[in-house]
Design a binder for this molecule. Structure first.
Ligand SMILES: Nc1nc2c(ncn2[C@@H]2O[C@H](COP(=O)(O)OP(=O)(O)O[C@H]3O[C@H](CO)[C@@H](O)[C@H](O)[C@@H]3O)[C@@H](O)[C@H]2O)c(=O)[nH]1
Length: 338
């Protein structure tokens, strides 16, 4: 089949591209006209896969640009991953966040409807649309109320509702995924677990004093590996019901502090670093706990997470070591999983 991935230079996009190419699909990546850089994905895309990928330029914020992209190639499905995905940034730039996340999705969906109505659309929404439901209600399933607590969640909720409404009111094959917390190789260091991993690598390398700047270590999340999330998206593209939302998430729930301690343990730094709360990393409005119920996706597709949290954390540490341009061996020799 022939697929388009928006957000090909983002976090999940390259992992999804790997998987789809390996499964024999034809894969195109959408690059933003102004600053799309194909090379950005080479850190997790091996040469043989990279050679198979094709790229198209386009700007989701412009409707005409979306229709041009969709008119050029006859896609069977679009994985719409492109977004302003950082909740703290959404407080600083709510208009930009809505422009990309809400209007960008409307442009894309409307372009599909008017040019290639048989094309399926996976809209990558988020667990953030549920906000912070009381933890005594148990794991969050898709029937929980939409109640975002930041502009990022609100922008995704708007697009999430729009996509499902369009599919319910028309014949369009549009559906929604709501991924819970995920991390792994390529995770940017502005996100919590990757921020901790990055600092650990710097400390091991002697570039940072043994002090880790942290935010809310008490926050609890069901955490998955990014490669498992990509596999769920691929499985859902083939089987999802139109107008339906699917939670996607890991097996286990951890506090951010527990994950930091695991990384300190495996790198031999436990007890040797100070964890110092940085007010800049403490969010004025935060979500204390989110536990995922992804049984709808699992029952439909048979998908389940395969990668252990220890493997995920080790690969994340290795990724940031390589990214820093350091010889991997010195740091990685400390990791027992290698
Ligand atoms: N360990 C640690 N945790 C921190 C730090 N700073 C903040 N936290 C806390 O860790 C939690 C998770 O934050 P992130 O992993 O940065 O991501 P997020 O804000 O939950 O958003 C991500 O996940 C969503 C899905 O659940 C995505 O939709 C979103 O795009 C993004 O990927 C939050 O409660 C945050 O306050 C830190 O330095 N270290």
């Amino acid at each position: 089949m022939r697929f388009l991935i928006t957000g090909i230079t983002g976090f999940v996009g390259p992992h999804l591209a790997n998987l789809l190419v390996r499964d024999g699909h034809e894969v195109y990546g959408l690059l933003r006209s102004s600053n799309g850089r194909e090379e950005d994905i080479r850190d997790v895309v091996p040469d043989e896969i990279y050679g198979e990928l094709r790229f198209i330029h386009g700007d989701l914020r412009e409707f005409e640009s979306c229709t041009q992209v969709l008119s050029r190639v006859d896609f069977d499905g679009v994985f719409h991953l492109a977004a302003q995905s950082h909740p703290p940034t959404s407080f600083l730039d709510p208009r930009g966040t809505f422009l990309t996340n809400a209007l960008g999705t409307i442009n894309l969906a409307e372009a599909i409807r008017t040019t290639t109505p048989d094309c399926r659309l996976l809209f990558c929404s988020t667990s953030e649309v549920y906000g912070a439901p009381p933890s005594e209600r148990g794991p969050i399933n898709e029937d929980f109320p939409i109640a975002p607590v930041n502009p990022y969640g609100a922008s995704k909720a708007a697009a999430d509702c729009y996509v499902r409404e369009r599919a319910a009111s028309t014949e369009m094959g549009f559906f929604v995924t709501r991924a819970f917390s995920h991390t792994g190789p390529r995770r940017a260091r502005c996100f919590s677990i990757a921020s901790d991993a990055y600092q650990i690598v710097r400390i091991l390398d002697g570039r940072q004093e043994p002090v880790i700047r942290v935010g809310a270590l008490s926050s609890r999340r069901t955490v998955a590996d990014v490669r498992d999330i990509a596999a769920a998206y691929a499985a859902l593209m083939l089987r999802a019901e139109p107008a339906t939302a699917y939670n996607v998430g890991g097996e286990e729930t951890f506090s951010m502090g527990e994950l930091l301690d695991r990384m300190l343990d495996v790198t031999g730094l436990a007890g040797q670093v100070e964890k110092r709360v940085d007010p800049a990393l403490v969010r004025p409005i935060d979500i204390p706990v989110q536990v995922c119920d992804s049984s709808r996706c699992r029952t439909l597709t048979g998908w389940q997470p395969e990668i252990s949290i220890d493997r995920t954390l080790t690969d994340l540490l290795e990724y940031h070591t390589r990214k820093m341009g350091q010889p991997v061996d010195a740091t990685m020799a400390r990791l027992p999983l290698r």
